[in-house]
Design a protein around this ligand. Structure first.
Ligand SMILES: [Mn+2]
Length: 409
């Protein structure tokens, strides 16, 4: 039995206001092609299909098209929501998706109400999947209660609640008769960030311990972290990573889908990484105007550029560039840089005190997100309390994710 594992598509993601629809079109078509070529029994999509909880019609069209194409390739298609997705929308689409042979879940459900699905795949094997869509701090108590069948005590961390949810969903796993898989969108302790993930939900409060997945699953297919990686656990626990470099923090990361083979009664072998060829690369350049000019010339001629890699493999023109200019600020400077690099999506001027060039700072400042700025603010105020940071992160997340505040039982 062969599984294709992908996640974190983030369709609808823009880069400094520029659409990335063409990148998404290309990479999702590539994933469908891999599913066809490998004749996979099932395609598992572990959340964050969309960038926002209110996707545009264009983003919706592409995601639905891709899911239908995966289904048409002969694969069972199983999808859960991530923290960027709208869980209520996923639940609303669920019956329509089911008609198309696509299993979709937005919320943790009892095993008999869709928390567990059994599929007889085209290879004739039984595939049992426990579905664990992203669950927020706010809804984890209800999720744990729902599955335990009684009121959970108010004590208990996010990690403990998630362990209860996973325990309840995986009790029916039977390694002799089925291939057992957990499909989840969450932050597992020990995972490495890719750089494009949203701050709040990678904090300590949202960690799940790898041991919570137990030892019975053949495979645990995770979404949330954008870097392809396996974790040390009792079962093979893997993040497929995102198919595109979602933000500049992921510069240089190769992107993959994972292909896993498993049969009942035997532990699964390690997943095979299938490298995605189509994604555009994100790249940061920095230098004075004369240094940047040399890089631009080298990129055009395909030669190597003076110690700064402008992309010498013929893809340079296709890269999306972030450029730090070390030069005295003057009117029209950013426009001059954009003229040199038509693929610049972000141009930042680092003003220098003296003459332009070698007197300028050598290190480009790291761009700071709201959480980092707030942390710096707390430091200046002499506040040392991780709970305040964590509260800020949750509030920021609520304000920016626009998830429905009310949760229906
Ligand atoms: Mn996520």
């Amino acid at each position: 039995l062969k599984l294709l594992h992908t996640s974190d598509w983030h369709v609808g993601k823009t880069l400094r206001g520029q659409s990335r629809a063409d990148e998404h079109e290309a990479v999702l078509a590539e994933i469908v092609e891999i599913a066809q070529r490998e004749s996979v029994d099932a395609a598992l999509v572990a959340g964050d299909l969309f960038e926002t909880s209110a996707p545009t019609p264009e983003a919706t069209r592409l995601v639905l098209r891709t899911l239908l194409d995966l289904r048409a390739a002969g694969a069972e298609v199983v999808v859960i929501s991530g923290n960027h997705d709208n869980p209520a929308n996923f639940e609303a689409l669920r019956p329509l998706a089911a008609e198309a042979g696509i299993i979709m879940r937005g919320r943790v459900s009892r095993p008999e109400e869709g928390g567990i699905v059994d599929l007889v795949t085209r290879s004739g094997e039984l595939l049992r999947i426990a579905l664990v869509p992203f669950t927020s701090q706010r809804s984890i108590v209800r999720g744990a209660e729902l599955l335990a069948g009684d009121a959970a005590s108010n004590a208990g961390t996010y990690a403990e609640r998630m362990r209860q949810v996973l325990d309840n969903l995986t009790t029916s796993f039977d390694t002799r008769t089925a291939v057992n898989v957990v499909l989840a969108h969450c932050m597992v302790r020990g995972g490495r960030l890719g750089g494009g993930e949203r701050d709040a939900q990678t904090l300590e409060d949202y960690y799940v311990d790898p041991s919570a997945f137990g030892t019975v699953a053949h495979y645990v297919a995770l979404g949330h972290l954008h870097l392809t990686q396996g974790l040390h656990a009792g079962s093979p626990v893997w993040y497929s990573g995102s198919p595109i470099q979602v933000d500049f923090g992921e510069e240089g990361d190769d992107k993959h889908v994972l292909v896993v083979e498993a049969v009942p009664g035997k532990p699964a072998s390690a997943p095979r990484k299938v490298r995605l060829e189509s994604p555009r690369h994100l790249r940061t350049l920095s230098g004075s105007m004369s240094e940047l000019g040399a890089l631009a010339a080298a990129a055009v001629s395909g030669a190597s550029g003076g110690g700064l890699d402008a992309g010498t493999d013929g893809r340079a023109s296709a890269d999306a560039l972030r450029i730090y200019v070390r030069e005295k600020a003057r009117a029209g400077l950013a426009e001059e840089v954009r003229a040199m690099f038509p693929n610049a999506v972000d141009v930042m001027i680092e003003a220098t005190d003296g003459d332009a060039g070698d007197n300028g700072a050598r290190v480009a400042p790291r761009p700071q997100g709201p959480a980092e700025l707030f942390k710096a603010f707390l430091e200046r105020r002499g506040v040392d309390d991780p709970r305040v940071e964590s509260l800020f992160a949750s509030l920021l997340d609520e304000a920016t994710s626009a998830q429905p505040v009310e949760e229906q039982p």
